[in-house]
Design a protein around this ligand. Structure first.
Ligand code: C2E
Ligand code: CA
Ligand code: CA
Length: 336
């Protein structure tokens, strides 16, 4: 009530004085029953949290304190502090997992997707679904992204001793494109590892690719110029429309797991999947099916013309050394 009254009064005031001003009024509300046993400092923290939450949720609104939201906020803040400390201490706790990419009809991986892992003494292993957004929000994704580019290429170099043209893909987030010179970082690391651009595939999601700003355009142009291939990640989620695929500067389309999941059980998913693969093949892009967990799915995806398979069925994400052993064993068996 009070919030609405304040807003109304300020509105009137601006109108009456013929001010031309754009303004928002945000309110953080801490109910009295939350105050009873609190110290002053704690009350102020909760009030700040409430006001900041109102602003974060789009401003010009109020937010009423909620204990669950607050505990979640404190938890994320703790994780964020731990990630920050890890980045400062030479990426202690970060590691890299590689998940095999296999050509349909083959068993031997020709490449792998690089996935970031993080664990800390305090929290144990934290899922990327939880820590990647925190890295992005805090800007730590820029140093962490640089770190994983280096790790990915060093791993690739090592794996090329077993499979000479082995490739790695890395995930690049929109923040890195907007706020850092990723292309410069990638080129420097390729040079450092003495690897050709074909060794690397950059994976971007739709939002990063469609972002209509000059940084994104510059990034795509430079990537092309450098001869580095680009994959569109998570296709089938979000707003993917088929028409925009035409003319996108991509080489590969990665079909999202949620789409692949439904393929054996849902007829209409199969119809869409078949059309997408046919169309994408005709456009000249390669296709990767993500999250293939069963032989049935693998056979089906292969049958409808999907080029590359990734998923637990053919290999979970694993440390570089394990992948190296696996590749060596496969090469030995083939040699026999
Ligand atoms: P993504 O890029 O779509 O990566 C594929 C995810 O699917 C990985 O999850 C992988 O472990 C999982 N996956 C693959 N095959 C299967 C399967 O057969 N079954 C199931 N259930 N899952 C499968 P992960 O490693 O948890 O990564 C989650 C997301 O975090 C990634 O999704 C990516 O968006 C992000 N991420 C991971 N590493 C990085 C990174 O280095 N940089 C950035 N910017 N994002 C990253
Ligand atoms: Ca990916
Ligand atoms: Ca994906």
């Amino acid at each position: 009530h009070l919030y609405n009254k304040i807003r109304e009064n300020i509105n009137q005031f601006i109108k009456k004085n013929h001010y031309t001003a754009i303004f928002t009024i945000s309110g953080g509300i801490l109910p009295f029953y939350n105050l009873l046993e609190s110290e002053y400092d704690e009350m102020m923290k909760r009030t700040d949290f409430s006001l900041n939450t109102a602003k974060k949720r789009g401003r010009n609104r109020y937010y009423i304190f909620n204990e669950q939201d607050y505990q979640r906020f404190l938890h994320l803040k703790d994780i964020s502090d731990v990630l920050h400390a890890a980045v400062i201490h030479d990426f202690r706790g970060f590691s890299v997992a590689l998940q095999p990419l296999v050509k349909a009809g083959c068993r031997q991986p020709f490449g792998a997707e690089t996935l970031m892992r993080f664990s800390s003494g305090q929290f144990g292993t934290i899922s990327p679904a939880e820590f990647i957004p925190i890295l992005e929000e805090s800007g730590l994704i820029i140093p962490a992204g640089r770190w994983i580019i280096r790790e990915a290429l060093q791993a690739c170099k090592k794996l090329r001793e077993t499979i000479p043209d082995f490739q790695v893909s890395i995930n690049i987030s929109q923040i890195q494109i907007e706020k850092s010179d990723v292309i410069q970082d990638i080129s420097a690391e390729l040079e450092n590892a003495k690897l050709p651009p074909e060794a690397l595939i950059v994976e971007l999601t739709e939002s990063a690719l469609l972002e209509d700003n000059s940084n994104a355009r510059h990034f795509l142009k430079e990537l092309r110029k450098a001869g580095i291939r680009l994959a569109l990640d998570d296709f089938g989620t979000g707003y993917s429309s088929l028409s925009y695929l035409n003319g996108l500067p991509i080489d590969t389309l990665k079909i999202d797991k949620s789409f692949v999941d439904r393929v054996m059980t849902d007829r209409s998913t199969r119809i869409i999947m078949e059309s997408v693969i046919t169309m994408v093949n005709k456009l000249g892009y390669e296709t990767i099916a993500e999250g293939v967990e069963e032989e049935e799915q693998l056979n089906y995806m292969k049958e409808i013309g999907c080029h590359i398979i990734q998923g637990y069925y053919l290999g979970k994400p694993m440390p570089g050394d394990d992948l190296e052993k696996l590749l060596q064993e496969m090469a030995k068996r083939e040699g026999k």
